[in-house]
Design a protein. Structure first.
Length: 482
């Protein structure tokens, strides 16, 4: 049986062993030990400032908390005997500091305490996620720069569509992930509030100096409504949404690369160090890492659904169902960061020069739209031009020819607008060069985009460095209490 229940007064009968095991959360929230100790230290400083505890008691509490931290970090704490991390800290403190420990929970509840722990952890998780995304974006930019003028097919409906620069293709993923980073920055601001002072649900019965606590714990604002504070987990949903968006982007990127790496496409080579063989088929080189990221994206997206459903039927304020949120949060956080980091490593070693790469734009009539555009520039309407080229392509398919193989006399049978400059117009390089809109694939547009994206990445780095200063550091906070 677990030791000291901090709520033992009211409940007379010893806990049912199975119920006790079932209701505990220490197996998960033990990961929040540093956050819980930091929150408790700040709270104790706050209690001293309003005269609930004396300076001597505060110092005993702080020293006790330091010892608990060292004990946990040395691997000497027995988590198994406690219900949750809050009970562990309070009970261990009682063992070390004695009576003052009994005052540390004055005007606080585990309901506002757990949200405080979670928010401190979440702010760090957001920073870590942003750092991974930043490194990922950096790699995408490097890869795009390396493959600036390499051309390969863009597909729509999984059919060859138009030639595109590999760099342009890669930068499409820059956009997706930069959006996730922007959302995470908003998420950080939204979750940057102090929950303490909310108590169990209606506020604290003591004049808790929430301004001081916010300052100590580096929250930029204080929570506004106690019932909302203890009863909402919007911040977890927002974060898991960002994780899901990152995983969705990774999943699609993986799917592309898995396809492009197949024998059939042979557009890229995935480095062998990120592949595995088959136990039976000697020839296999399977892109497992990418397949697993694609698989894990399902789990993280599942987590988003789980957190919604967890909260969907809950009445106001705190309910124990919410205890389950940490499994979902921590799992999403770890899986997403791990996936981002390994994907970046795979990408770094991808060679965009597969066997079929040089000839990849020669077949599939990817110049058809350019051919229609050619006629439009000569005076034809687009709809007619589309129809004319469509009929010419049907002819080419029948005769097993490419557009460029048709002599001018043949082309003129379809339209008087054809002239000898047509052949140059439908070359792959011309097709690329024609896409000069700012969002298009011409080399000049992509170059501009690359330099713009580099600046955006640098600015993101500065923003992340700024956030780092907004995480409470226990050692700093308690340095004057010796
Ligand atoms: N273990 C709980 C959680 O993780 C915190 C304590 C909530 N309060 C309570 N009375 N059970 O959400």
């Amino acid at each position: 049986m677990k030791k000291d229940k901090i709520w033992k007064g009211r409940i007379k009968s010893p806990p049912d062993i199975i119920a006790e095991k079932f209701t505990q959360s220490i197996t998960i929230d033990r990961q929040l030990y540093r956050e819980d100790i930091t929150g408790t230290a700040a709270y104790a400083i706050g209690l001293e400032s309003i005269g609930i505890i004396s300076k001597t008691e505060l110092i005993e509490i702080i020293n006790g908390l330091k010892k608990i931290l060292s004990k946990i970090e040395a691997g000497d704490a027995d988590f198994s005997v406690y219900e949750d991390i809050h009970s562990l800290v309070e009970c261990e403190l009682l063992k070390i500091a004695g009576e003052p420990a009994r005052k540390v929970h004055t005007g606080r509840s585990r309901n506002d305490q757990i949200v405080t722990d979670e928010l401190i952890m979440l702010k760090q998780a957001i920073i870590e996620m942003l750092q991974s995304i930043h490194a990922f974006l950096d790699e995408v930019l490097t890869k795009a720069q390396e493959n600036l003028t390499t051309v390969f097919p863009a597909y729509t409906h999984m059919q060859k569509a138009q030639p595109v620069l590999v760099s342009h293709y890669l930068l499409s993923y820059f956009e997706k992930f930069f959006r996730v980073a922007s959302k995470l920055l908003i998420c950080f601001e939204d979750c940057d509030f102090l929950p303490l002072g909310a108590g169990a649900c209606t506020g604290s019965g003591y004049p808790v100096d929430t301004g001081l606590l916010a300052k100590l714990l580096k929250f930029s604002k204080t929570g506004k409504n106690s019932m909302d504070i203890v009863g909402s987990r919007d911040f977890i949903i927002d974060f898991i949404y960002c994780c899901s968006m990152a995983m969705l982007g990774l999943s699609r990127f993986c799917e592309d690369l898995i396809l492009y790496n197949t024998f059939e496409f042979s557009l890229i080579n995935i480095d062998e160090s990120f592949c595995t063989g088959s136990s039976i088929m000697p020839q296999k080189k399977n892109p497992d890492v990418l397949e697993l990221i694609r698989g894990k994206s399902a789990l993280v997206t599942g987590n988003l659904i789980q957190i919604f459903i967890l909260l969907k039927g809950l009445p106001s304020a705190y309910n124990s169902d919410m205890q389950e949120d940490k499994k979902i949060f921590l799992n999403s956080y770890r899986e997403t960061i791990e996936s981002l980091n390994i994907f970046k490593a795979v990408l770094k070693k991808i060679d965009f020069n597969g066997k079929n790469m040089p000839g990849s734009c020669k077949t599939g009539f990817m110049e058809a739209t350019d051919a229609a555009d050619y006629l439009v520039k000569k005076g034809e309407s687009f709809r007619n031009a589309h129809n004319i080229i469509g009929r010419i392509i049907r002819y080419c398919i029948d005769k097993n020819l490419q557009l460029k193989d048709l002599p001018l006399e043949k082309l003129i049978e379809y339209s008087q607008y054809f002239e000898s400059d047509f052949y140059n117009y439908i070359r792959t390089e011309s097709s690329i060069a024609a896409k000069e809109t700012a969002c298009g694939t011409s080399v000049s547009s992509v170059k501009k985009m690359l330099s713009y994206d580099k600046k955006k990445t640098d600015r993101l780095k500065t923003a992340i460095d700024g956030l780092n200063k907004r995480i409470p550091v226990l050692e700093e906070m308690i340095s004057e209490y010796k």
